[in-house]
Structures are given as structure tokens and as C-alpha cells.
Design a protein around this ligand. Sequence first.
Ligand SMILES: [Cu+2]
Length: 128
Amino acid sequence: MIDSAQLHLASGVGGDEFSEQNIGVKRDESGMLVVTMVAARYGFYPQEIELPQGEPFKMRVVSFDVLHGIYIPQTNLNLMLVPSYISEVTTTVNTLGDYPMLCHDFCGMGHAYMFGNVKIVPAEEYKL
Ligand SMILES: [Cu+2]
């Protein structure tokens, strides 16, 4: 369990994995790509991410406030984001392009405007 209200703090309960300076894409000790993301009314942070084609990545997402979802059409990435829990999935996107990242759980008046973008680029052009 994590404390949603402390996510922005470096000393937040549950560590500082989801504090502002730590969100985004990085590689863990094993070299695995990890996307650390926060959802909050009404957006995903970071709003835009870039990932390489054909390489597995792990997505770890939390909600800052209420129930949200994250769905990337044309991929199998679909998570429910329950406050106080970390949602995690590992997947690979094999087709180049821009994919919308949509909230799929009604979270309030701005729900329809809650989206981000994932850009899948050729692996040889990808740099972190
Ligand atoms: Cu929503």
C-alpha cells in the first residue's frame, strides 16, 4: 500500500518512486525499461513517453487521487488504477507509431480530456 497523498514527496510513504523527480522512463538494475507514471485528475504524468519498438517494458502506475484506468488501444495494455495500490504490467509494442493513452474509468468532469501519448520508435533510434 502507498499513501496517494504523499506521492509528490521525496520522503513519501512507500518511498519516493513516484515523486516528481522520479517519474518517466528509465532502466532498472537488470536493464529492463521501466515506465513510472502518475495518474491524476485529469492527466497522466509524464503526458508523453517514448519507447522502442519490440522491446519489453514494465509499466508501474499509481493514482494520485481517485480511481482511474489506463488503456492503450491496439495494444494489450489495460490497467485499473486503484488509489493506494501500484498497478504493474509488462508488455511489448511491436508496431511503430503514436498511441493514445486513455483513462477508461470515469473520474470526473474532465475524464474525457484525460489522455497522454506513447510514441513507439525504431529500436535503433531509441535513446533514453
Ligand atoms: Cu478518467
